[in-house]
Design a protein around this ligand. Structure first.
Ligand SMILES: [Zn+2]
Length: 99
């Protein structure tokens, strides 16, 4: 297998299983910083950029859950995250039963 084919296989695996690579990469970087640079432990988040596969924002759908997606664009406006309540329980004050 050539280098390019191996790189393509790794990229394909990474896109489908990002946590298998991101988590060990964070641990390795943290270990390197503490052991070789004698630095304090801090939470490290490893992220990749400039991936060849770029997903259009319209293409981000439920089938991409758990996958790594790379999006290119300009952020025009941001809003705070708001929760969407899909189920809610109520309790009666008098008899304490859940409604
Ligand atoms: Zn009641």
């Amino acid at each position: 297998m050539g280098d390019q084919a191996m790189l393509t296989n790794i990229m394909t695996y990474f896109i489908k299983n990002p946590e298998d690579i991101l988590q060990p990469a964070c641990l390795a970087l943290d270990h390197f910083r503490r052991v070789f640079l004698n630095e304090q432990r801090v939470k490290i988040q490893v992220r990749f950029y400039n991936l060849e596969t770029i997903t259009a924002i319209e293409g981000v759908r439920a089938d991409k859950i758990g996958n790594f997606v790379s999006i290119k664009g300009v952020v025009l406006k941001t809003f705070p995250v708001r929760l969407l309540v899909t189920r809610m329980k109520f309790k009666c004050f008098e008899c304490k039963r859940e409604i």
